[in-house]
Ligand binder design. Structure first.
Ligand code: NAD
Length: 334
């Protein structure tokens, strides 16, 4: 029997990716919705055959504790609101999937993980690329030293996420926690870390120039950083809301590889020093949610657990700390 998922927040990602993916999942299905926008309810309940008793708003959400149709709460809200809903879901004794970035600071991320542990539920993060063939192969290249030891990594993720609107939550530090680093750069950080199979020990970072001050007075327009791993390997990264970049590549002792695009939903391409990488482009959110539902059912940790989200918040905050301090080398404490 499939586990029931309730999506919290019916914005772009829920509407265009997760809900359609949940029509193809085998281990879970779209059982409920939680929304602050009543006008969306009719469309969603009709389109996805969701009973009225499985529809909640942000005020009555805690009553979900009494609803046996809902096994998993999937939080797809602006970043700063993730903590509140993950913690409320945990108190309602529901397993939780939380979108990236998990929170906007390390303290909140740790509280979310603690709340899930205290309530005996599991927490997984929406890191879809761990379920995708090109990125999985890169994990093997790096971690199993298929081309020898990794010598250096380049990971860039940039895109204009402003929708030509200066007042969206992604440009509001309170709600987003930061700019492109929080939204896109997190994939580059993840890419470097899963290429190496271990977290970095230190970081240096610098903000880029602001050329569009109407949009970027609260969060950074762009940022670049260098992660340093314990054996001296370095990963160079850039993330910007005013460029287009989508790359995860590495040089190793006996060869190289490059994914580009590496992080997009579709159309991934890869090449190595030995030729083209040939894998199917899959519906990765389907794989992600099926894997997470299976782990919840077995009461096992997901391969992208809450702990990984906390770890990444520590890395992201160290990147900002370094950039704020004018490029000072910051050691990362885990
Ligand atoms: P969005 O702006 O399209 O949707 C956000 C939703 O939150 C809207 O429905 C909005 O009504 C609701 N909301 C509730 N309180 C709000 C408030 N105070 N201010 C603004 N909106 C509020 O955003 P999105 O692109 O769907 O992103 C949602 C989350 O999903 C983010 O954490 C984002 O990083 C993540 N995301 C992940 C992926 C991925 O590939 N894993 C892709 C896109 C987004």
């Amino acid at each position: 029997e499939k586990l029931g998922i309730a999506l919290v927040g019916l914005g772009n990602y829920s509407t265009n990716q997760l809900a359609p993916a949940l029509q193809e999942t085998k281990n879970c299905y779209l059982a409920g919705i939680v929304t602050g926008t009543p006008s969306k309810i009719d469309d969603w309940t009709k389109k996805y055959d969701i009973p009225q008793k499985n529809v909640y708003n942000y005020e009555n959400f805690d009553e979900i504790a009494n609803n046996d149709d809902i096994d998993i709460v999937y939080v797809v809200l602006p970043n700063a609101i993730h903590p509140e809903f993950v913690i409320r879901a945990a108190k309602a004794k529901k397993n939780v999937i939380c979108e990236k970035p998990m929170a906007t600071n390390v303290e909140d991320a740790q509280k979310m993980l603690d709340a899930c542990n205290e309530n005996g539920v599991r927490l997984a993060i929406g890191y879809r690329l761990h379920f995708e063939p090109f990125n999985k192969r890169v994990m093997e290249f790096g971690q199993q030293q298929v081309f020898g030891k990794v010598k250096s990594i380049t990971a860039n993720n940039s895109s204009d996420m402003t929708s030509n609107k200066p007042n969206i939550w992604r440009l509001d530090k309170e709600l987003a926690g930061g700019g492109p680093l929080m939204d896109l750069g997190i994939y580059a950080v993840q890419g470097a870390v899963y290429t190496m199979g271990k977290p970095p020990v230190a970081v240096t970072a610098a903000y880029g120039e602001v050329t569009k001050p109407l949009y970027f007075h609260d969060v950074e327009q762009s940022i670049h950083w260098e992660l340093e791993f314990e054996d001296g390997v370095k990963a160079q990264s850039n993330s910007s809301y005013a460029e287009e970049q989508n790359e995860l590549s590495a040089e190793a002792e006996n060869g190289w590889w490059k994914l580009s695009p590496a992080y997009a939903y579709e159309g991934k391409k890869g090449e190595t020093s030995e030729g083209k990488m040939d894998y199917p482009n899959i519906y990765e959110q389907v794989k992600q949610m099926d894997s997470q539902a299976a782990s919840f059912r077995k009461n096992e940790k997901s391969i992208v657990p809450g702990e990984m989200g906390v770890r990444d918040m520590k890395i992201l905050m160290a990147i900002y700390e370094s950039a704020d301090a004018g490029g000072k080398r910051v050691e990362i404490q885990y």
